[in-house]
Design a protein around this ligand. Structure first.
Ligand code: GAR
Length: 214
């Protein structure tokens, strides 16, 4: 018998990955490790997601995501938010850059910046975020720590459309995992990330299919 820890806990149905032929042009924004970026790239390489990533933008010099992009031959551009006067100026530059690359959708895969109206209005309903909690519970920073502190027995992750209110846009997909009594932030995050890597490519495929129909 499978243990509960190894059972996937997808709340959304286990959808086929992509139901149409169009090739999405995705930009990924990432701040750190980049495991979700790589999950998207892997889904593309496996033929599960028909997309291309013309550009990865990262904001922290030395972020591991840049090395992952290099290994896959994906152009990576460092845009350091510390070099800009305001959040809006930073987002304006990102939007301009992504327009030049002909990007259709933006995926925030571990993008640790609050985005402004400037980016959202440049790509209306086309910015996606992954967050390590079952929203609407535990928005904002340190979601895993928040969940442990609250004593929840089920945690998880959410992929949603980005709106002005942080971590509050329409939910596309969620997955749940059990929380064990001896969990630390690291062990729980590792369990959540396994599910993140499952649902993020699926949610992208879902929006791609829906956009193609509309
Ligand atoms: C992921 O767990 C993602 O949900 C979280 O950052 C991690 C990035 O991991 N995002 C947020 O907390 C956004 N509020 P990764 O760099 O290995 O993809």
């Amino acid at each position: 018998m499978k243990s509960i820890a190894s059972t996937p806990h997808l709340i959304s149905p286990d959808l086929p990955l992509q139901a149409n032929d169009s090739v999405l042009k995705l930009a990924v924004l990432a701040s750190g490790n980049g495991s979700n970026f790589e999950a998207i790239v892997q889904a593309i390489a496996d033929g599960k997601l028909r997309a291309e990533i013309p550009i990865l933008i990262y904001n922290n010099p030395g972020a591991a995501v840049a090395a992952r992009a290099q290994r896959w031959g994906i152009p990576a551009l460092l845009m350091n938010h510390r070099d800009y006067q305001s959040r809006e100026a930073f987002d304006f530059e990102i939007a301009q850059t992504l327009k030049q690359y002909g990007v259709d959708w933006i995926v925030m895969a571990g993008w640790m910046r609050v985005v402004t109206q400037v980016l959202i209005e440049a790509f209306p309903n086309r910015v996606i975020n992954i967050h390590p909690s079952l929203l609407p519970s535990f928005p904002g920073i340190r979601a895993i720590e928040q969940a442990l502190k609250a004593g929840v027995k089920i945690a998880g992750c959410t992929v949603h459309i980005v709106t002005l209110e942080v971590d509050n846009g329409p939910i596309l997909m969620q997955a749940a995992v059990p929380v064990f009594p001896d969990d630390t932030p690291e062990t729980l995050h590792a369990r959540v990330q396994i599910q993140e890597h499952e649902i993020l490519p699926r949610a992208i495929a879902l929006v791609a299919s829906q956009a193609a129909k509309s």
